[in-house]
Design a protein around this ligand. Structure first.
Ligand code: ZN
Ligand code: ZN
Length: 179
């Protein structure tokens, strides 16, 4: 199965499943602590190598849809409690405890009954291939689209030195900003 697409449309069912799963984790924490924690909002804005992130001040959890799709069940049973546990710890202790310290570990084990794991085993997105060009003054990174246009005859001129860009090599460059 190809896992390369990061532009996949988010299935509205997936969003509902996440909201339910997050709320369920809050319910469990409420029951355990005899509390009523403030529910977080959640979304699928997480990109890159993290499966999810808890934005404590905003009370928001971002999940990585690319990884969710790989195995929704595992994602829901590991990443969701992991991130909700961060929020729970923050609501109890504030911001002065270690992110994956003993408080967070205790929530993972006692509330969710799972191993407090900091890492995930999902595939991470492959860095976009870039196409390195050079002029007389510097290197330039081209997107695939630009490279294709260049191969078809479009000439690109460096704004700085006014010389024509020449193709050098294909290489990954994770800092490339999409144009
Ligand atoms: Zn974490
Ligand atoms: Zn130049």
């Amino acid at each position: 199965m190809a896992l390369s697409s990061q532009k996949n449309h988010i299935n509205p069912d997936a969003m509902n499943i996440m909201i339910e799963s997050v709320n369920l984790c809050f319910d469990k924490a409420d029951a355990f602590f005899g509390n009523s924690f403030k529910r977080s909002s959640c979304n699928f804005k997480q990109r890159g190598r993290a499966a999810g992130t808890a934005h404590l001040q905003k009370n928001e959890i971002r999940f990585n849809y690319f990884m969710y799709q790989q195995d929704p069940e595992i994602f829901i049973s590991t990443v969701v409690p992991h991130e909700v546990a961060h929020i729970i710890v923050f609501q109890i202790y504030g911001g002065n405890v270690k992110p994956h310290g003993k408080e967070w570990q205790a929530v993972m084990m006692k509330v969710y009954g799972i191993k407090p794991d900091r890492t995930h085993t999902f595939d991470t997105p492959v860095p976009k291939e870039t196409y390195q060009y050079y002029c007389e003054c510097q290197e330039h990174n081209f997107t695939k689209q630009r490279h294709t246009r260049s191969l078809r005859g479009t000439q690109y001129i460096c704004k700085n030195c006014k010389s024509t860009l020449q193709f050098l090599a294909i290489g990954p460059n994770i800092n490339l900003e999409p144009r």
